[in-house]
Design a protein around this ligand. Structure first.
Ligand code: MN
Length: 231
């Protein structure tokens, strides 16, 4: 087997390349049982307490996040999309009306990976180094950054996400609706806070801003965030 006919969903492959490769080497390729795997939660359900309860984490990860992967696998089964990485599936389905259901589920599947990973316990509780300098340069100071992030989260009408992104050499705050994300627009996601009601309603009822502020103050692993910055 040569590298040119080794299919892995992590490989960078265009849809055309996938079709050509599968056509050329059918005997060497076995479709995986599940094209997109729901990654394990990298900590216990109770690890984010008291900011996010174990009950909320259990439902959010175990029902909502799992459901997006289940739907994505169902929607893409037997198509070339199933051979893509999750990131590629987001980008390939973005902006194509007939693929909106795929985008909704691929986007949400990816968004929540970004979400859970940024809360891995044990990192610095404030930005350091280059990232700290960029936050100060863009927003003035960390407190102003947090206030503007909360304001951005409050400006999302209905379900969506508040993002800290990197693009064109600087930081941005973005509020995006539903499953939409920076990846679909070619920007780098540094922090993504879910403001769908399922993310906070059991713990904070309608107090979205209070929830987002608590997440920013207590849950962000700033070393994970710094690692997302392009060098
Ligand atoms: Mn969610």
């Amino acid at each position: 087997m040569t590298s040119s006919i080794t299919l892995g969903r992590r490989r960078m492959l265009s849809l055309a390349a996938v079709s050509a490769t599968v056509f050329a080497a059918p005997a060497l390729w076995t479709r995986p049982a599940r094209a997109f795997d729901h990654p394990a939660l990298p900590y216990d359900d109770s690890a984010l307490e008291p900011v996010i309860s174990a009950h909320t984490v259990g439902l959010h990860y175990g029902r909502h996040h799992a459901g997006y992967f289940r739907n994505l696998n169902r929607l893409t089964e037997g198509t070339a999309l199933a051979e893509l990485s999750l990131e590629e599936a987001v980008q390939a389905s973005s902006g194509i009306p007939s693929l909106q259901p795929v985008f909704n589920n691929a986007g949400q599947a990816w968004n929540h990976v970004v979400y859970w990973d940024q809360f891995v316990p044990g990192g610095p509780s404030a930005p350091e180094g280059r990232l700290a300098g960029m936050i100060d340069e863009t927003f003035g100071d960390l407190e102003t950054f947090k206030e503007q992030f909360v304001s951005t989260a409050g400006s999302v009408f209905g379900s969506g996400w508040a993002w800290l992104t990197y693009h064109a050499g600087q930081l941005w705050l973005e509020g995006l609706r539903n499953a939409d994300n920076p990846l679909a627009h070619g920007r780098t996601a540094l922090i993504g806070i879910d403001v769908w009601e399922h993310a906070y309603y059991l713990d904070y009822e309608n107090r979205r801003g209070e929830h987002v502020r608590a997440v920013l103050d207590s849950l962000i692993n700033w070393s994970v965030v710094a690692d997302r910055l392009p060098s």
